[in-house]
Design a protein around this ligand. Structure first.
Ligand SMILES: [Zn+2]
Length: 210
């Protein structure tokens, strides 16, 4: 049972995530597994820079951020490297580019033994059969029985630049705020994308109001 050891991490990530979510708990087990694999070849965690790739934007990413300190903000979390919605992560040594990918292995989820877990990942949950929270609870309980038996891993070599290029900034001629220059920016008369869209009557996510 990994549960006793992982309970503090589960509580911490659920507190960060705010919502109770099966994916967060699975994420804790996945990160823990990837860390253990990485420890087997790089036992000293302080001797290298850890980076992470999250292949999904949902729950799992919070487990990675809280447990590893690889965040979107410090860019050790490479969220856009493979943003395809697979329930998988890679933890790797940025100095050697070698690491491990851990993923939810659907072939290992026995539909009879773990019906809710199976439905959760095969998108066949029956919301008419029980409340969403009841289904989530059953999914979590099944995962606690399964633990690592439904996960698989691959050793990987990562092919990403250690650091992204630094994007130049400019001051918008309309709002006067500093913004990051994009391919659409006219460098001679810089206007930020918000002001450009607003001027063209295109969609903007918010407008100032009273
Ligand atoms: Zn502007």
């Amino acid at each position: 049972m990994l549960y006793e050891r992982l309970k503090p991490a589960i509580d911490k990530v659920l507190g960060f995530h705010i919502k109770n979510a099966p994916g967060v708990i699975m994420g804790v087990y996945m990160v823990d597994y990837a860390y253990e694999l990485l420890d087997s070849i790089y036992p000293d965690r302080d001797s290298y820079t850890l980076n992470a790739i999250s292949e999904t934007r949902v729950c799992l990413i919070d487990s990675i951020q809280v447990m590893t300190g690889c965040t979107v903000g410090n860019k050790y979390m490479r969220l856009d490297a493979l943003d395809i919605g697979r329930y998988a992560l890679v933890l790797y040594n940025r100095d050697s580019s070698v690491g491990f990918r851990v993923y939810m292995d659907l072939a290992k989820i026995d539909a009879e033994k773990y019906p809710q877990l199976f439905a959760f990942f095969n998108k066949s949950r029956d919301y008419k059969s029980a409340s969403r929270s009841k289904l989530s609870e059953e999914t979590i309980n099944e995962f606690y029985r399964a633990e690592r038996s439904v996960l698989s891993f691959q050793k990987v070599k990562v092919d990403l630049p250690a650091k992204d290029d630094i994007v130049p900034a400019a001051v918008c001629g309309v709002c006067g705020e500093s913004f990051l220059v994009s391919s659409e920016t006219d460098v001679n008369t810089p206007i930020c994308n918000y002001c450009r869209r607003a001027a063209n009557k295109e969609f903007v996510p918010y407008r100032a109001t009273e």
